[in-house]
Design a protein around this ligand. Structure first.
Ligand code: AMP
Length: 381
């Protein structure tokens, strides 16, 4: 690939006059940290903006402390950047647009507009021919009642904005539950969705380069507990070519529609051998952490490559990968040696109940070995 408009040359392949590329990242959590850990070996510098002075990305690169909608701090972190990206879908879209004064922002902030509103998101999927659970907007109790009458039960009501990891949601088994759901969540715009009796939850991660080249990682199977991702397996067990291409088609439609540059994750429900899209994350994603050890190039490296206009790396899986999240507490690193090949990633965050503190990856030669190791790690994590 030639280096097109907006692409940068890596120092190692460029003339001495080329400056070190600088990626400014809005958000300074573990995702930003892992972007830097992947990009530094390529000779790329990073700078982060985060409201917390303890943000974990600040341990691996310069950190500007400030609110993500504080435009002076946005100026400070993005001045002199080669490119600006974000590692959290809650980054105010207007702040990301403001940063365009200083450098290209990739993915385009339009991706934030779509993913920050569950209604716009579902409508976008539907417009692109991507199957979704039946849904309807509801801003008043009357609209909620009418939506439930059309959609049926069981159903889930969600706030359109601001919900994550199962927060801002209520389940409705029957019409009697409507008043309780309204008193818990009402007063802000809502969306009602049919509850899909899915077989399992999957995700597709794909990367699109500046020149439009797109590569997909194999579909991932995800297990959640208390609304938080616990375990990912890639490739998803029992993955068929039909399912694989259905997942790729979902990702490609969204990437092309948004003229997207970078890594995108789409969370999916598998139901009767079909894929229904739940939501998208316009960033690197927890269900792709296995790619650090388990793929030709990790999601983090590929995101950095994409936003800088560097040729993408391989998304091929090396054998069978598993990832177990460390939630609330970290395991004893010595105990992990019981599981051959286990790799611990410590985000160096203060332990707190329900907080993602790290993850463990394992890559095996067979699916059975991977699954056995994942179970052993789950018991230790
Ligand atoms: P979300 O915040 O939309 O990712 O939802 C959190 C979790 O709730 C998902 O991972 C699913 O397990 C479940 N969920 C959300 N929406 C639906 C739905 N329409 N049908 C069934 N389960 C759902």
């Amino acid at each position: 690939m030639g280096l097109g408009d907006g692409a940068v040359a890596l120092p190692m392949i460029a003339t001495a006059s080329v400056e070190t590329p600088l990626v400014s990242v809005l958000g300074g959590g573990q995702l930003g940290r892992m972007l830097a850990l992947a990009g530094r070996p390529l000779g790329i510098d990073f700078r982060f903006l985060d409201p917390s002075p303890d943000a974990t990305a600040g341990k691996v690169g310069p950190l500007v402390v400030g609110a993500l909608d504080d435009l002076d701090r946005v100026d400070e972190v993005t001045q002199g950047a080669t490119v600006v990206t974000y590692e959290w879908e809650g980054v105010p879209a207007d702040a990301a647009r403001h940063a365009m004064q200083h450098a290209p922002v990739r993915p385009d902030p339009r991706a934030l507009d779509v993913s920050q509103d569950r209604l716009t998101e579902k409508q976008t999927f539907e417009r692109l021919g991507i199957e979704v659970p039946a849904f309807a907007p509801a801003d008043t109790f009357e609209e909620l009642t009418a939506a439930a009458a059309t959609i049926g039960f069981p159903a889930i009501v969600k706030t359109r904005r601001g919900g994550y990891d199962g927060k801002g949601q209520a389940r409705l088994a029957q019409a009697d539950d409507l008043e309780r759901a309204w008193s818990e969540l009402g007063g802000v715009p809502l969306i009602l969705e049919r509850q899909v009796p899915f077989t399992r939850e999957l995700s597709v991660l794909a990367v699109r380069g500046l020149d439009g080249e797109t590569r997909c990682y194999p579909l991932v199977e995800n297990e959640h507990g208390e609304g938080i991702l616990r375990v990912s397996r890639a490739p998803a067990p029992g993955l068929t070519p039909d399912l694989e291409s259905a997942g790729e088609s979902v990702a490609t439609r969204i990437l092309d529609d948004l003229d997207y540059v970078g890594v995108l994750a789409v969370e999916l429900f598998e139901y009767e051998e079909r894929l229904l899209a739940n939501e998208m994350a316009p960033r690197v994603h927890n269900s792709g952490h296995w790619t650090i050890e388990g793929a030709g190039s990790s999601q983090f490296e590929n995101h950095v490559r994409a936003v800088l206009g560097i040729e993408l790396g391989s998304t091929d899986v090396r054998g069978f990968a598993g990832m177990v999240n460390c939630i609330g507490t970290m395991p004893d690193p010595a105990a992990l040696s019981q599981v051959e090949g286990a790799v611990l990633h410590d985000y160096e965050k203060e332990p707190r109940a329900g907080r993602k503190l790290g993850h463990i990856t394992v890559v095996a030669n067979t699916e059975a070995d991977r699954d056995q190791k994942v179970e052993a790690l789950r018991a230790l994590a």
